[in-house]
Design a protein around this ligand. Structure first.
Ligand SMILES: *[C@@H]1O[C@H](CO)[C@@H](O)[C@H](O)[C@H]1NC(C)=O
Ligand SMILES: *[C@@H]1O[C@H](CO)[C@@H](O)[C@H](O)[C@H]1NC(C)=O
Ligand SMILES: *[C@@H]1O[C@H](CO)[C@@H](O)[C@H](O)[C@H]1NC(C)=O
Ligand SMILES: [Ca+2]
Ligand SMILES: [Ca+2]
Length: 236
């Protein structure tokens, strides 16, 4: 409807223009039809060219934009998706379990405390150091499930083998006395098994949820152990 109106209107204008130019209404009327068609074709061609130009410009822009800026963004998105989909694979190595920024390896080899420490260091970490209530809760939660029998406790990186009653972590730092998780009546430096007493610490309570699961024990006893490694650090 609108197009028909437009055609009629342009027809009239064209005829008027023709009449003014050469004064012959007859010729204008006879030529009018084909000239109007030509004009419409020309407009259509122009519009087509315009549309093609816009599309071409758009494609070129998109192409430039994509190669200059989009590719790193796509990659960032992939890494981001990777991180949210598989946070564990992205950070801790296979066999290690993550809690916060730390990775933990629950060794299944029963070794002395020193041998266990060597094994942790070979794996790029050290025997675990408990730095918070949350970390202790995490470790006990894991051991509660992993321990196969009551004595299946695991070495941690705490010892008083240098000076009796001076408990040090493997990094040389002293035990914070307001952050200890001794089981009841521990440490007792019991000499029943070894006359040297008990200078190393093992932890865990099968099926338990009480975090107070530290026991001192002869360093020569054989136990599984927990290694710790910082995800974002170069060393443990
Ligand atoms: C996604 O993670 C896997 C391992 O979990 C890794 O091999 C891959 O390169 C990662 N992809 C990206 C885009 O980071
Ligand atoms: C670490 O473990 C504790 C105890 O299981 C849990 O409450 C906390 O959400 C864990 N943190 C992360 C970041 O996984
Ligand atoms: C000892 O642990 C308590 C409780 O987590 C903490 O508030 C305090 O800052 C710690 N002290 C040292 C010297 O790390
Ligand atoms: Ca720690
Ligand atoms: Ca003991």
């Amino acid at each position: 409807m609108a197009e028909a109106d437009a055609v009629v209107y342009s027809d009239v204008k064209f005829i008027k223009a023709k009449k003014n130019a050469n004064g012959s209404q007859q010729q204008a009327a006879s030529d009018g039809g084909s000239k109007v068609t030509l004009k419409r074709v020309a407009v259509a061609v122009l519009i087509t060219l315009l549309v093609a130009t816009v599309i071409a410009l758009g494609f070129t822009y998109h192409h430039l934009f994509k190669s200059d800026y989009n590719s790193p963004t796509d990659e960032d998105e992939a890494v981001k998706k990777n991180l949210t989909d598989k946070p564990y694979e992205m950070k801790c190595e296979e066999g290690w379990e993550q809690n916060g920024t730390q990775c933990y390896y629950f060794s299944t080899n029963a070794l002395t405390w020193s041998e266990s420490r060597d094994e942790c260091r070979r794996r790029g970490g050290d025997l675990v150091k408990v730095d918070s209530v949350e970390e202790q809760a995490f470790l006990q939660e894991k051991l509660g499930e992993k321990m196969m029998y009551d004595e299946d406790k695991h070495w941690i990186g705490l010892t008083d083998s240098k000076t009796e009653r001076t408990w040090l972590w493997t990094d040389g730092s002293p035990l914070n006395e307001s952050l200890t998780f001794w089981s009841s009546r521990e440490p007792d430096d019991w000499k029943g098994q070894n006359p040297d007493g008990e200078d190393c610490v093992r932890m865990g309570e099968r099926g338990g949820s009480d975090p107070k699961t530290w026991f001192d024990k002869s360093c020569k006893a054989f136990h599984k152990s927990i290694c710790e490694k910082c995800v974002y650090c170069d060393s443990a």
